[in-house]
Design a protein around this ligand. Structure first.
Ligand SMILES: *Cc1c(COP(=O)(O)O)cnc(C)c1O
Length: 402
C-alpha cells in the first residue's frame, strides 16, 4: 500500500490501465473472459491471479479497481464490492455467522439493517442481543466469551448517535468477537474505523461515494483473509456482486468525493449552528455541535460532525408543512447526495418500526433528517428558515381559526 494521503488515493489508488493507456478508468462491460486454451481455463479455476478473471459475479477488472481504491482509502487490506449497501451488510454478517452463534448489536439501526439482525439472522438460529450502543456498560454486559461479532452503525440513522469504536472494539476483542461497522454516516473521507479497531467496515456506496444519486452500491472492507476466504466464497455463489458499470460510476464518484463531502460537512456545521436555539425547533442534533452527547467522541474519531443533521419541528403536521415548503432541498430518502435532501423518518424510512421502538430510538413525529448537498450554504439556510416560517405560519393561522 502506498503512503499517499487520502485525497490522492481517492483519485489514483488501484488504477489499472489497458494496453491503450486510457486516462479515465475503462469500463470492462463483460460478464466473462476468454481463455487462451482449455489448459489455461482449467488453470484459472485452480488458481486465479490478481490480474485474471473468470466471471463478473466473481470479479471484473473495473470492479477490482474500485475495490482496491476503497481498500487503500480505508486502510484495509482488501474489499469486495456489492450490488447495494444492504448486500454488503447482509453478506458480511451471513458469511461469517452460523446457527448457534451470538451477536451483539447496537439498537439504533437503519430499518433494513434491523431487519437483517432481528429477522433474518434469528430465523437462521443466530442469537442477537441489542444494546444502547452509546452505553459501554451495556456492551460489557452483553458481549460474552464466544460472542462471534458485534455490529453497529458508527453514527446512527436518523438520530446521529455516535459509537465509540475504540472502546467497543476493546470490549469485543477481549472476548474474541469481530467488530463489524456500518460506516455510512462517517464517510470514507473522515473514517479512521480500521485504525480504531473495526475488523470489517461496510459502506453503502449509494451515499457519499456515488454522491450523485445515480446508482446503488456497497462494499465490505477487511483483512485479505476475511475478504477472500470468508466473504468472497459466499458472495460469489450467492450473487450480490456490483456491476462493472456501477463500479465505473463509483470510481468517478471517488474522484470528487473529498471535495463534495468536506463542502457538505462545512454546510451541515454552519446550518446546525445557525438553527440551534431557533424557537420553532425542539432539538437540533448534529455531532459537530458541542451540545451533542457524543461530541468529543465524534471529534476524536472523525474530526467532523458529518454531512447530515436532524431537527425536531414539533409535530408530524409541522414536519409535513416544513417539507412541503422547501424550495431547494428535495423530499427523498437518500443521503450524502450533491442535492440537499429532507426526510421525515417516522413516516418513511422508519415507518415499519413499532411506536415503542421509535420512542426508544428518539424518532419523534416532528423529527426531520436533513442531508446537506453541495449547494450554497446561505441559500440552504434561507430555504430552511423560510420553510420553518411557512410551517409555523400555517400553524398560527390554524390556531387563530380555532
Ligand atoms: C443506506 C444505508 C444502508 C443501505 O444501503 P443501500 O445502498 O440502500 O442498500 C445501510 N446502512 C446505512 C447506515 C445506510 O444509510
Amino acid at each position: 500500500m502506498t503512503d499517499w494521503k487520502k485525497r490522492t488515493k481517492a483519485v489514483h489508488a488501484g488504477t489499472r490501465r489497458s494496453q491503450y493507456g486510457e486516462v479515465s478508468e475503462a469500463i470492462f462491460l463483460t460478464q466473462g473472459f476468454v481463455y487462451e486454451s482449455a489448459e489455461a481455463a482449467e488453470a484459472r479455476f485452480v488458481e486465479c491471479g490478481p490480474d485474471e478473471f473468470i466471471y463478473a459475479r466473481y470479479g471484473n477488472p473495473t470492479t477490482s479497481m474500485f475495490e482496491q481504491r476503497m481498500a487503500e482509502l480505508e486502510g484495509a487490506e482488501d474489499g469486495f464490492a456489492t450490488a447495494s449497501g444492504m448486500a454488503a451488510v447482509s453478506g458480511a454478517l451471513t458469511a461469517m455467522l452460523r446457527a448457534g452463534d451470538h451477536v451483539v448489536s447496537s439498537r439504533a439501526l437503519f430499518g433494513s439493517c434491523l431487519y437483517i439482525l432481528e429477522d433474518v439472522l434469528r430465523r437462521y438460529g443466530v442469537e442477537v442481543t441489542f444494546v444502547d450502543g452509546t452505553d459501554l456498560d451495556q456492551w460489557r454486559a452483553a458481549v460474552r466469551p464466544g460472542t462471534k461479532a458485534v455490529f453497529f452503525e458508527t453514527v446512527s440513522n436518523p438520530t446521529l448517535e455516535v459509537i465509540d469504536i475504540k472502546a467497543v472494539a476493546e470490549i469485543a476483542h477481549a472476548q474474541g468477537a469481530l467488530v463489524v461497522a456500518d460506516n455510512v454516516f462517517a464517510t470514507p473521507v473522515f473514517s479512521r474505523a480500521v485504525e480504531l479497531g473495526a475488523d470489517v467496515v461496510v459502506y453503502s456506496t449509494t451515499k457519499h461515494v456515488d454522491g450523485q444519486g445515480r446508482a446503488l452500491g456497497g462494499i465490505v472492507l477487511g483483512t485479505r483473509q476475511f475478504v477472500r476466504k470468508v466473504l468472497e466464497p459466499y458472495m460469489k455463489h450467492t450473487g450480490g456482486a456490483m456491476s462493472p458499470f456501477t463500479s465505473w460510476m463509483m470510481l468517478k464518484g471517488l474522484e470528487t468525493m473529498d471535495l463534495r463531502v468536506r463542502a457538505q460537512a462545512a454546510t451541515a456545521l454552519a446550518l446546525a449552528q445557525a438553527l440551534e436555539g431557533h424557537p420553532a425547533l425542539g432539538r437540533v442534533i448534529y455531532p459537530g455541535l458541542a451540545s451533542h452527547p457524543q461530541h468529543s467522541v465524534a471529534m476524536e474519531q472523525t474530526g467532523s460532525g458529518g454531512t447530515v443533521l436532524s431537527f425536531d419541528v414539533g409535530s408530524r403536521e409541522a414536519a409535513f408543512r416544513f417539507l412541503n415548503a422547501l424550495q431547494i432541498a428535495v423530499i427523498s430518502n437518500n443521503l450524502g447526495d450533491a442535492k440537499s435532501i429532507a426526510t421525515h423518518p417516522a413516516s418513511t424510512t422508519h415507518q415499519r418500526l413499532p411506536q415503542a421502538q421509535k420512542d426508544l430510538l428518539g424518532i419523534t413525529p416532528g423529527l426531520v433528517r436533513f442531508s446537506c448537498g453541495i449547494e450554497d450554504t446561505e441559500d440552504l439556510l434561507a430555504d430552511i428558515l423560510g420553510a420553518l416560517e411557512a410551517a409555523q405560519g400555517s400553524q398560527a393561522a390554524r390556531d387563530a381559526a380555532e
